[in-house]
Design a protein around this ligand. Sequence first.
Ligand code: SF4
Ligand code: SF4
Ligand code: FES
Length: 356
Amino acid sequence: MLKEETLKVVINGQEVESSFGKTILECARDSGVDIPTLCFDSRVKATAACRLCSVNVKGRRLPVAACAQKMEPGMEITTDSSDLESMRKTILDLVVSENPTGECVRCEEIGPCELHTLTKRYGSKPGRFHGALSGEKSKDTNPFIFRDYSQCILCYRCTSVCGELEQAHAIVPAGRGFGSRIAAAFDSGLLDSSCTFCGQCIQTCPTGALMDRKMLGQAKASEVTKVKTVCPYCGTGCGLNLHVANNKVIGTTPDWDSPSGEGSLCVKGQFATDFVGHKDRLKTPLIRRNGVLTEATWDEAYDLIVEKFTQIKEESGPNAFTFWTSARATTESNYIMQKFARAVIGTNNVDNCSRT
Ligand code: SF4
Ligand code: SF4
Ligand code: FES
């Protein structure tokens, strides 16, 4: 007997068990059936803007969007036919004719974008349809997000992710008809909006319309090695992939499998890992001599610390000290710091920035 919440449907002639509330797309993917998508991001509500995922349902006159249509008992679904494939190719021909790309910077420098992965698969090329082109490069000078809406296909993934997932509502669909576009309030730049620079709009965008500005012009995608790691900034420990080229960290993409962030990052994890190779980064201890910070050896630095700590403890007692540990240090280093405060200096004045 079927469990109460399950239902049976047929996909491409195969009987499949699914659950009430699931979409055709979810059920198909659960069963290993591939349906191409362009405007779909599983983390937010389907907008059904692109229709690339259209499938046939027995008894329905027209194809339905698999990403938005919920399963119903007894549905008989066809995901793959020459008519559907021809319709998908026409959709892609329309998209690329309206947004002729030439070279796609995203494909060249960051990795294959979803749109061009699909156009390659379907053999779609610009030029089949002629007419006015929409969208233009934004004049936004924010330091993090490059916005070129001449590449935008109005899939609305960025606005859904910004609003529903990040709750930032910094960018929204604006205008009507051919004037439809993605905009921040009053068509301002992102620095003047409620944008938190989480970078999620870049990550979901299936085209080269939104890109990490700092990554551009640094290397070809084929020269980049991705190094999976954990963000060094705070105790949340979000997973990252550092993009490394020519022995330099050139940018970051989220690790979608990370259990702590599940792909979400804050502005620091997303855009500020270039400190690793920054020219002002401290590489040796500095001791202030005659008012000027000068480079010193570790032995000189530790000798000075011992001398000053001993002097302060003798003159003012252990509670003259407060120790601040850091979420950017390892757990072991933090443990040693509190041990040093309590056991060596003799104070409980110890705290950590990730407590707040
Ligand atoms: S960076 Fe984040 S907050 Fe800013 S527009 Fe993109 S999704 Fe919205
Ligand atoms: S900017 Fe990218 S994610 Fe946003 S609507 Fe355009 S193509 Fe879609
Ligand atoms: S992916 Fe379903 S309509 Fe775009």
